[in-house]
Design a binder for this molecule. Structure first.
Ligand SMILES: Cc1cc2nc3c(=O)[nH]c(=O)nc-3n(C[C@H](O)[C@H](O)[C@H](O)COP(=O)(O)OP(=O)(O)OC[C@H]3O[C@@H](n4cnc5c(N)ncnc54)[C@H](O)[C@@H]3O)c2cc1C
Length: 1006
């Protein structure tokens, strides 16, 4: 047994190359081929083309299709001024019209031609069409694996329906296959007889709440649907392959499949396979683990080695999240990994049925060469390709006597679109072998080039610490460079087992110590006793999180005067020292990250991800404002004329009152406190009565970070304490985040000048929102439903950025609402300490009562299509989601902030009306649009007037530095939090102008 040499590979490749007679990616007679060739030649055209193809199936009327053709390829499409001076627009239009997409062609033609394009990659719209197609493949000596295309599974009925479709497909395929003529090559491999038919299944489609944060919950849901499918497959003699999807789901998929296949009932089933992706740095390790596991299981198992279909997505999403990118950065490294795994899988053919999914000539040849070198029969291996791709090579493989299986997607155009676009992208990508092989512009030698040996680090699996999504500074993890440019603190990646374990441990440890008592730093005025405020777990109100001795209004004077005194020296402390305190506080938050997240879970009912994100945002505020301070710390020279020296300097204001809300119990107060402190002010901090323990934790962090005594006064108390603080003459700045009612009251109170007051008070107020998401008639419904659900139900709708209005264009309205209702119904309600919980409790009974009041209004104003069942809630503070349609913009449900899981749905006639509805409230905080119409997107950018507009994504979760947060109209006054202007609100500026001429002498001139 040896290792295949380059000469061996070349020999096999040359044979295949010669046999694969058509050196074109697509047959010329296909208009598809023409279009793709245009796309390959021009990236700008390609982007427009693929985006247009993506939206096409959603378009319902001929006029809509015409409109979108014009938007993507017409005068304003932005194609004209592409590099090279060519008129891409005209070029593109010519390309389109030559194949029937251009002006003068009916919408029907365009639609039919798109279907034709899809048909190149999809075997049939349903099983009825697919059965003859797979029978035909069999006749040509090709096996198949049927994949049922589906929309993203957003609700349980969709998961049910998908499972049922697979059951039907398994029976129908088995029945049809029993009629086919025998084929010894296809029906047996080295381990014995093989099923004639196979299906490929995506686990994420079997559970609408598929999420690696909760493996047990997913296992329960997925296994319940998979067991009947596997039973059917065993009964009818059908093979099953589990597709591999996004990296985030990889470990979960491996774990579920392995666990299920170890169940007694399935342990002896030999026709299960798993797809593994060579573009992942983890895969080599995963393959080795799987081999060991398969041996222990004692039943053969298939492995389909592919490179992976989501390279762009993985690269972009992981970069955006600040997580280690799990895929190789260089195509050569992916290829090298693939090449290392070919012999490894072949060596283990006693337990593994090795299958290689690739269209790459070199890799097909390498599989053949390795098989030959190892002295294995050809039937040991299976080569696999995608239906409709590299067909000449497919034929050559069959001719060479190898077993070939094609992946055969079944489904109609809409659910098939994501698949089709992936295939088109793959065919036209620069690095794609398909493009290189079949465009005919590369020699055989170039195509067979051996990938260079990977660099040492490029192949290293991701270290567990880094993989959690943050560096664990101070605990042996990498140190952040303190003066590097600002980057957001990555959220924890809960798909990693270590991260879940740390969160579980933190929750258990904290639960054991809950109930601590917190006192003020000073005694109350003589003769007064302080009331006690008790923080309770909203999910289990009997659980006491902490007991806080609250300030009485008379304490305000003492707290302010302590802040005034200690503030004097703090203002004189060098800015660099103040910045260092923020840096230290950030470091401490990183160290206590899981503990603080656990505290938020218990005190305010945030779920794991929401709690973790809040701590990350708190760190971001510290790091961002610290860096922003550098700009303000040094005098800024103004003007350049000689003889005068002008400096702009920023000075601290004095005592800042920080009044913070409970819903972002750490991030929001951290932001306000940090901004005030770093600019040299002292702070009196009054956290919400509903998040006292977390507020106190923040104070502790600052003290430990070296903030001098007295500079940050902790003043928990009832609203009257806040009122006294606002009007105190020695408090020149009030930073508030909370409701509109309280915010406006603060602004009014602050406007009155009290005796002894020497400054006009400045109020920074972030208030409410009544945020809308517009879903237009070109929206991707999968994304729109998921985006609205996340924005509406995230933290039970208790975010000021939450979506509480969905404005849906007529053409989309009914389909959208139907899916949305089922999606909302599918979200799991329960205690937030359980990782699988999608919907936790509201903060308290007051919040619950408010929602109940609005539900009564909803019944009068609109048509509720989903209402909470108050008899079946897990605790007194839980409220299920409510969706109410037929709401008009003037209704209270469309105007008033509710702060709970209640969504008003407004139907809009057209986009003009949708924009008018969206802008029709007194708030202007966040807003969103789901659309694939370039024109509507451009209009929304101009006309949808909100502080933060999000296009084709959820509307909550603004990131410091990237999406500075804050609204207009009655949503607030002041600069955006987490943005470059924020610190300016905590300083006042002086200009110092000095005449530097002395008796006609200027030092600058001499
Ligand atoms: C039968 C079958 C089943 C499949 N099942 C799955 C599945 O379950 N899951 C899945 O994800 N995919 C699956 N695929 C798709 C498969 O991943 C793609 O078809 C494959 O990526 C194309 O690879 P190739 O060897 O044909 O082409 P090549 O051109 O040799 O490789 C292209 C691949 O290289 C990788 N790549 C591109 N650029 C870079 C870069 N800069 N750095 C690193 N890597 C890069 C990408 O993964 C890209 O897809 C399946 C394919 C087949 C044939």
């Amino acid at each position: 047994m040896g290792i295949a040499t380059e000469a061996d590979i070349r020999r096999h490749a040359a044979r295949l190359y010669e046999a694969a007679t058509t050196p074109r990616l697509f047959d010329r007679k296909w208009w598809t081929g023409r279009l793709l060739e245009w796309a390959i030649r021009d990236d700008a055209f390609k982007v427009q083309l693929f985006r247009f193809i993506d939206v096409l199936p959603t378009l319902k009327t001929p006029s809509q299709i015409k409109r979108l053709v014009d938007e993507y390829f017409g005068q304003d499409a932005g194609l004209r001024e592409a590099p090279g001076g060519r008129s891409l627009m005209r070029w593109g239009m010519r390309a389109l019209s030559s194949v029937g997409f251009g002006a003068g062609v009916t919408a029907d033609t365009i639609y039919n031609q798109a279907i034709q394009m899809a048909n190149q990659f999809i075997v049939g719209a349903g099983m009825k069409e697919a059965l003859p197609a797979v029978a035909d493949l069999w006749k040509r000596g090709i096996m198949h694996s049927v994949d049922l295309l589906g929309e993203a599974t957003v609700c349980e009925p969709e998961a049910e329906a998908y499972t049922a479709r697979y059951r039907e497909a398994i029976t129908a395929l088995a029945e049809a296959a029993s009629e086919w003529r025998p084929s010894p090559l296809l029906e047996a491999d080295h381990l014995g007889p093989l099923p004639r038919t196979q299906v490929s299944i995506k686990l994420s489609a079997l559970d609408s709440q598929f999420d690696p944060i909760d493996p047990e919950g997913c296992y329960k849901a997925v296994a319940a649907r998979l067991r009947p499918l596997l039973r059917a497959a065993m009964q009818h003699g059908v093979a099953v392959t589990f597709d591999m999807e996004h990296f985030e789901w990889k470990d979960l998929t491996l774990w579920i499949v392995r666990r299920l296949l170890m169940e007694d009932e399935f342990r002896a089933y030999p026709f299960a396979s798993l797809a593994l992706q060579a573009y992942l740095k983890d895969t080599e390790r995963d393959v080795r683990e799987l081999l060991a596991w398969a041996e222990a299981r004692g039943t053969p198992m298939g492995v389909r080695l592919v490179k992976g279909a989501y390279w762009d997505y993985e690269t972009i999403m992981h970069r955006q999240r600040g997580w280690p990118v799990p895929v190789f950065a260089r195509k050569d490294d992916t290829d090298a990994c693939y090449e290392r795994l070919i012999p490894l899988l072949l060596e283990h053919h006693a337990v593994i049925r090795p299958a290689f999914g690739t269209h790459n000539l070199r890799h097909v040849a390498m599989v053949m060469a390795e098989t030959e070198r190892k002295g294995l029969a050809t039937k040991v291996v299976e080569l696999q390709m995608l239906y409709g791709m590299a067909e000449p090579l497919q034929a050559a493989i069959v001719d060479a006597g190898y077993r070939l299986r094609v992946y055969a997607p079944v489904g109609d155009l809409i659910p098939g679109m994501a698949y089709l676009v992936r295939r088109l992208l793959e065919n036209t990508a620069n690095e794609s072998i398909l493009r290189r092989q079949f465009l005919g512009n590369q020699s055989l030698d170039e195509l067979l080039m051996k990938p260079p040996t990977p660099t040492q680090t490029s192949g290293a699996p991701i270290a567990p610490q880094a993989a959690m999504g943050h560096e664990g500074e101070g605990e042996g993890g990498g140190q952040r460079l303190s003066e590097s440019a600002f980057t957001n603190e990555p959220h924890t990646d809960f798909s990693r087992a270590e991260a879940r374990e740390r969160m579980r441990t933190a929750l258990a440890a904290l639960r054991a110590t809950l109930g601590q008592r917190i006192d003020l730093d000073f005694l109350p005025p003589r003769g007064l006793t302080r009331p006690t405020l008790t923080a309770r777990n909203p999910a289990r109100p009997e659980e006491v999180v902490g007991v806080v001795s609250a300030a009485v209004p008379e304490d305000v004077d003492e707290a302010v005067s302590r802040a005034v005194v200690s503030g004097r020296s703090w203002a004189e402390t060098p800015a660099s020292d103040r910045m260092a305190v923020l840096a230290k506080a950030a470091k401490l938050l990183r160290q206590r990250r899981f503990e603080l997240a656990a505290l938020e879970v218990f005190e305010v009912g945030r779920g794991w991800r929401d709690a973790d994100a809040d701590v990350a945002e708190a760190i971001d505020f510290l790091e961002y404002y610290r860096r922003q301070m550098r700009r303000l710390a040094e005098p800024i020279r103004l003007g350049t004329l000689l003889g005068e020296l002008n400096h702009l300097v920023y000075r601290s204001r004095g005592v800042v009152a920080v009044l913070s809300p409970w819903n972002f119990p750490l991030a929001i107060p951290t932001g306000m406190v940090a901004a005030a402190l770093v600019t040299g002010n002292s702070v009196v901090f009054k956290p919400s009565e509903r998040s006292l323990v977390t507020g106190h934790a923040l104070v502790e962090v600052f003290r430990e970070a070296g903030l001098p005594d007295g500079v940050l006064q902790f003043l928990p108390g009832e609203p009257e304490v806040g009122r006294r603080l606002v009007v105190h003459p020695d408090v020149p700045v009030i930073a508030f985040t909370g409701s509109k009612a309280v915010g406006l009251q603060i602004i009014a109170d602050a406007a009155r000048v009290s005796p002894g007051q020497r400054e006009v008070k400045k109020v920074v107020a972030e208030m409410g929102g009544k945020n809308a998401i517009i879903v237009d008639d070109t929206a991707d419904l999968d994304e729109a439903v998921a985006g609205v659900i996340a924005s509406f139900l995230g933290y039970q709708g208790q975010k000021c950025s939450a979506c509480s209005r969905a404005i849906v264009l007529d053409a989309m309205h009914d389909d959208f609402v139907e899916r949305l209702v089922e999606a909302a119904r599918s979200v799991r309600m329960g205690p937030p300490e359980e990782p699988g919980t999608g919907l936790g409790p509201l903060i308290d009974q007051r919040a619950v009562q408010k929602v109940r009041d609005y539900l009564a209004i909803a019944k009068l104003e609109g048509t509720p299509v989903l209402l909470p069942d108050f008899t079946r809630q897990p605790g007194p503070n839980f409220v299920g989601p409510a969706i109410v349609r037929n709401i008009r913009p003037e209704h209270r449900l469309a105007c008033e902030e509710i702060f709970g899981p209640v969504l008003a749905v407004l139907r809009a006639r057209d986009f003009d009306q949708a924009l008018a509805f969206a802008n029709a409230t007194e708030y202007a905080l966040t807003g969103g649009l789901f659309s694939r119409s370039p024109r509507n997107i451009a209009r929304a950018r101009e006309e949808f007037l909100v502080g933060n507009l999000y296009i084709n994504r959820g509307i909550a979760g603004a990131l410091v530095g990237r999406q500075p947060f804050g609204g207009g109209r009655l949503s607030g006054i002041g600069a955006k939090a987490g943005g470059p202007d924020y610190l300016l609100q905590f300083v006042w500026s002086s200009v110092l102008s000095e005449n530097t001429l002395r008796r006609g002498f200027s030092p600058e001139l001499s």
